[in-house]
Design a protein around this ligand. Sequence first.
Ligand code: UDX
Length: 436
Amino acid sequence: MKIAMVGSGYVGLVSGACFADFGHEVVCIDKDQSKIDRLHEGVMPIYEPGLDALVESNVAAGRLSFTTDLAEGIAGAQAIFIAVGTPSRRGDGHADLSFVHAVAREVGENLANDAVVVTKSTVPVGTGDEVERIIAETGCKHRVSVVSNPEFLREGAAIGDFKRPDRIVIGAEDDFGREVMREVYRPLFLNESPILFVSRRSAELIKYAANAFLATKITFINEMADLCEKVGANVQDVSRGIGMDNRIGPKFLHAGPGYGGSCFPKDTLALLKTAEDYDSPVRIVEAVVKTNDSRKRAMGRKVIDALGGMEAARGKKVALLGLTFKPNTDDMRDSPAIAIAQALGDAGVKVAGYDPEGMEQAAPLMPDVQMCKSPYEAIEGADAIAIVTEWDAFRALDLERVKALANAPVMVDLRNIYKPDHMQSAGFTYVSVGRG
Ligand code: UDX
């Protein structure tokens, strides 16, 4: 089967490479000539473990190709995926659908055969109807079914998530759409991945509801962590204790500095906008968004407290370890490290930062942070060390070396990767999240 993937960003490229690996013929299309040129040279536009090898082997097998020419790319494709960005619109937080609409128009104008057009981009409820209208308006004479197929890919684990999904959600309104999508995902049926056929609007909402629910779960445990600190309880024990209840489940109950990334912040805001438009408020999600936003800066205050408070902190130095919003990505979008560095800078604290993959992306977002080549370089002369992202490289720091290099052995572990008693016996003043 031939598949066209319009948009070769994170979602488009991972999905395209995985479909090719299943044996489909896939053309990834993108308007960005330099991105396509680099892909031809085997250079990935993003850091995602395993993606370069997957792309290389499928290009070599002749199943995966890249082009900037949409008409050529979609020719003969039975399924055309729209996987372009839907950023938050400046000013109001609505999802900006201009790229999705532009692709729908171009597809309608250039379609030369019957096809299923699939929105994979995260789009608000009703976008499928709009895509259908736009294609019809172009005067396209071929049979077109517009389907919603949201992605649930975690950065850093995207290939595994694609190949072994908890579920595949297909929102289709007719048999043509359902049949083609069944064929697209047939290799996954063989793995017995559950596939859920629903209406297009339900599929669109499932994506937002899933992300809002996960963001809520994280925010809930973060507030429990704050309460644990006040009452002298341990949030990791609380997480375990509630997570063993099957109705709650153990995942997404790690307390930390607040969620960031390309999805949760943007999608929760967009859901609030949809809810407002339909006069059906989702107050829980409103509270989650506010709580998470203020938490990130509050984590900066936590570091300042560890330095002895505002007065004492002025002029001191903090090493920030981990700048990306989570490990195994170079993505800095809405990373808590940005707000933390800002809060520290505002308090007159000097900040040195290190990240295994995100330095290049981080530098322009944190102009006052001194970027270092290793965790130890950042730690040199620091009055406190703050672990912001739980990269494996920080899990087994040479603590003796850290103590020797730092000005003071103070560690603020915002991801709870060390054990308090171990750190205390190693001679550290150790502060973590929700552990008394
Ligand atoms: C998320 C969804 O998981 C994915 O299904 C969706 O399609 C895109 O958004 P991603 O943003 O890549 O994926 O990261 P994820 O691993 O879900 O983490 C999101 C944020 O929540 C990170 O900042 C992470 O540090 C934080 N988090 C996650 C916690 O603070 N605690 C947790 O228990 C889990």
